[in-house]
Design a protein around this ligand. Structure first.
Ligand code: SF4
Ligand code: SF4
Length: 270
């Protein structure tokens, strides 16, 4: 399978001699460059099966490495190191240590699903990116990504109340990912909402923030959902050979202090 978008000669594998003379010929510096042999000795033969056992990764075995996913990828257009086709290749060949070199960017998939539409084999590369990010966290290679933290907060609210309260969701997400609550884009959005949304809708949003509404008769649904989620989580951990009660991965960053209401009101008045 091709791996042509990547340089296989890495800076750390180059050896040069500052001073070297061979048979009277001075080959100092780059004239004496040697490339150290590239050896992969830590194949993880279970990696493909493990990622296939997580949601989104089910069809990874269908990939025939055409590269359409990478060619169409939104993030790859900005960062060529973001390469779904290459990571699928590494996963299928069990090259875990190579995959781990990119562990801090895999979560950056923005779920635009361009790759999903481009893929001729219905691999669902977007799902594979999510499954790989999940796998990295479960295996302890990365802390929870901001994406996973957002999903947790979103799902947590739905499980608890059957409804989403947007302002609480954003506040909690910012707190867990170490971001300030007062951000320019958010202020601009709030100002536009105040300007353009009907008063009745604004009052409804305000009341939601105060009273934290919940769906009627949600208790039974919540119990069933919780049971299903716990079953699934246990199955995922088992598929990865992890103990059922291992500690949770930490968040990507430490929590920030709570909302500074005075600062927020002052910013909105500007
Ligand atoms: S869904 Fe993710 S992997 Fe697929 S094209 Fe969009 S950013 Fe790239
Ligand atoms: S587009 Fe589909 S088949 Fe082609 S490399 Fe990407 S995942 Fe594999």
């Amino acid at each position: 399978m091709p791996i042509h978008e990547k340089h296989l000669i890495r800076e750390e594998n180059l050896l040069t001699h500052d001073k070297l003379v061979i048979e009277g010929v001075d080959v100092s510096g780059h004239w004496s460059t040697f490339i150290q042999t590239r050896v992969v000795s830590d194949y993880n033969e279970k990696m493909e099966d493990e990622i296939a056992a997580l949601p989104g990764g089910e069809h990874i075995n269908r990939c025939w490495q055409c590269g359409s996913c990478t060619n169409s990828c939104t993030v790859n257009a900005i960062n060529p190191d973001f390469n779904p086709r290459y990571w699928i290749y590494l996963i299928r060949t069990g090259m875990e240590s190579e995959l781990l070199r990119d562990k801090d960017i895999i979560w950056q998939c923005v779920s635009c699903n361009k790759c999903t539409y481009a893929c001729p084999r219905d691999v669902f590369p977007e799902g594979v990116m999510k499954a790989t990010s999940h796998w990295l966290t479960l295996k302890g290679h990365t802390p929870k990504s901001p994406l996973q933290i957002f999903d947790e907060e979103f799902a947590g609210q739905v499980f608890a109340k059957g409804k989403i309260e947007e302002s609480r969701l954003i506040r909690r997400f910012f707190a867990r990912t170490g971001q300030p609550v007062v951000q320019d884009w958010l202020l601009s959005m709030v100002k536009r909402m105040i300007k353009y949304l009907p008063v009745k809708m604004l009052i409804g949003l305000g009341l939601q923030t105060l009273f934290h509404p919940r769906a009627r008769g949600w208790a039974r649904a919540r119990a069933a959902i919780n049971e299903y989620v716990h079953e699934k989580e246990a199955a995922h951990r088992k598929a990865l050979g992890l103990p059922a009660d291992a500690p949770e991965a930490p968040d990507a960053q430490q929590p920030q202090p709570h909302l500074d209401r005075k600062a927020l009101i002052a910013a909105l008045k500007n």
